[in-house]
Design a binder for this molecule. Structure first.
Ligand SMILES: [Zn+2]
Length: 219
């Protein structure tokens, strides 16, 4: 069992059949890999995960733990989560992979937003630093992949406008960002827009802080 997976789980079927959203999942995963927002870190530890809701149910398909280094995922690299219990820190799934360490966090998004059809968890240190406490942000003391994180995500849905923004920052998980939407295109667009806006803000803040040439010469 992966040391990063902090919940207990029960596998009820050792395989899943290819699911409808797999091609779309791979397409957006490729874009995220190209941007280095998911993949493998310098210690060969995979980071980032994607999931998609099984139409009109509470079930969802999520990428497996330790799949960050693969260029293309098959259904054997994903699991179908069919039940979960935040209180027991437990989930039930089908598939041959180990569910992503953030499975309960994804479940909390689907639970909080019935229209959410896809969730992206990626790492973007620059965006994380720019948005920390500026947009809905989970408590610094809450670690990723825990039931506390699932509760924290649900709390943000109750007390912030994360439902409208469709993006949140994980303060206790450096670089950790979550976006969601009706589908992967939606969730990816939220992420790309946030990256564009935050870099524009950083640039304009920089220019505001930097005195104009003639001002600098006055001293
Ligand atoms: Zn992460």
């Amino acid at each position: 069992m992966s040391k990063y997976v902090r919940f207990t789980f029960e596998c009820t079927r050792p395989e899943i059949t290819p699911f409808a959203g797999l091609a779309e999942l791979n397409a957006y995963r490729r874009k995220l890999c190209e941007l280095q927002l998911i993949g493998m870190d310098s210690n060969a530890i995979g980071f980032g995960n994607l999931s998609t809701r099984e139409e009109a149910t509470c079930n969802f398909y999520i990428t497996g733990s330790a799949t960050g280094g693969k260029s293309e995922l098959t259904s054997a690299d994903c699991v179908r989560v069919v039940a979960y219990d935040f209180e027991r820190n437990w989930l039930r799934y089908e598939g041959s992979a180990i569910p992503s360490s953030e499975s309960l966090t994804h479940a909390a998004v689907y639970e909080s937003d019935r229209k959410a059809g896809a969730v992206i968890h990626c790492h973007d240190l620059k965006l994380w630093a720019a948005l920390l406490d500026q947009i809905p942000t989970s408590s610094n003391s809450v670690k990723p992949g825990t039931r506390e994180m699932a509760h924290e995500v649900m709390r943000l849905f109750r007390v912030t406008d994360v439902h409208r923004r469709r993006i949140l920052v994980m303060a206790g998980h450096k670089g950790g960002i979550i976006t969601f939407g009706r589908n992967f295109e939606d969730a990816f667009t939220v992420l790309v827009d946030a990256r564009r806006e935050s870099s524009t803000c950083v640039d304009s803040a920089f220019h505001q802080r930097t005195p104009a040439r003639d001002e600098r010469s006055v001293s």
